[in-house]
Design a protein around this ligand. Sequence first.
Ligand code: ADE
Length: 345
Amino acid sequence: MKQKDIKKLIKWYTENKRDLPWRYTKDPYKIWISEVMLQQTRAETVINYYTAFIKELPTIKDLAKVSEDKLLKLWEGLGYYSRARNLKKCAQEVIKLGLTNLPQEEEELKKLPGIGPYTAGAILSIAYQKQVPAIDGNVMRVLARVYEEKQSILENKVRKSYEETLQSLMPKNETRKFTEGFIELGAKVCLPKKPLCGQCPLQECCQAYIHNKVLEYPVKKVKIKRKIEEKTVLIFAYHKTYAIAKRKESLLNGLYGFPNYSYKMSLEEITETLKEQNINGIIIPLEETKHIFSHIEWHMTNYLIELQEPPIKGHFYSKEEILSKYSLPTAFRKIFIKIPEYDNL
Ligand code: ADE
C-alpha cells in the first residue's frame, strides 16, 4: 500500500460512509463508548444503545457516578456485562486522576481497565488526531488480503508488524478518516465470505485480489503449542545387530523402538545406569535429534552402546532386517540410519 492507495481509501470513505451517530462527535468519551459497544455487536444495533447511553450519561463524570442497576440496564442485551462494569471502573479512574476526559497519551490510556491496543488506537486516531492505528478483526482481514498474508493473523507478530505499517501510512491530518476508512471497508466491502471487490478502493494494490485468492485470506490457523518431552534413546549393538522392542506406550503403540527413558541423561548417568545393570558396553554419544508429532515434540538425546559381551536379554537384529521387517517409526529411524556400522561391532 502506498500513499495513493490511502488517498483512494479516504475518498471512498468520505463518499460512502454510513450515517452513524458517533461519527458526528469528537468527544473522546463518546467515541470510546461507541467503540466498546461496537466490539459487542453490529453498528446498526449499536445506534440505539449508544444514543440512549449518551443521553443518560453525557459525560465521563456521569458514568463514574452511575448506579450498577442503571448501567446494566443501559447495557441490557449487549452481552458481556463485565465490559460495562469496566467502563464505569475506567471512568472512576479517570476522575480520580483529576482529568475531565480520557488521557491523550497511548501509554496512559492502555493502563486503564478494559482499554486494549484496539480501543486505544481508535480513541487516539478518531478523537485525538494521533497517529496510532486501530486494528480490529475487520481491519486485519483487509490487511491480510492486501498483503496476501501467509502467516496466521492470530499471531501477535503479524498484528505488531501491521501496527507499524499502518502507523507509517497514516496521514497526520486525516487520522480519523484513515481509521474509520479501514473499519468501514472491512465492515461493508471486504466481507469475509462475499467480498465486494468490484467496489473496493484498494483493488489495485490488493495482492490477494490480483492473484485471485481473496477467499483464501485471512489465514487463521492457531499455532499448536506442542508439549515438549525429553527422551534418552539407547541403541544397544552387538556384532552389527541392534536391540529393538515392541512399544507398549500409547504414542506409537505396537510399533518397534529402541529402549528409551523419558528424561535427558548425561553420559555419566548412562554409565552409572549400565554399571548398575551389569552391562559392559562402550557408550558413544550420537547426534541429538528432534521429532515432531501433532501435539508432542520429542527432544532426543541418543547413545549407541557397543556391548562387549553377548547380550543376556533383548532381541537383536541386523540393520537390514530392522529396516525391512520391522515398523520402526521415523523418530527412531532417523537416529538409526545415521549410525556407522563399525567393523568391530
Ligand atoms: N466498528 C468498530 N468501530 C467502528 C466505527 N467507528 N464505525 C463503524 N463500525 C465500527
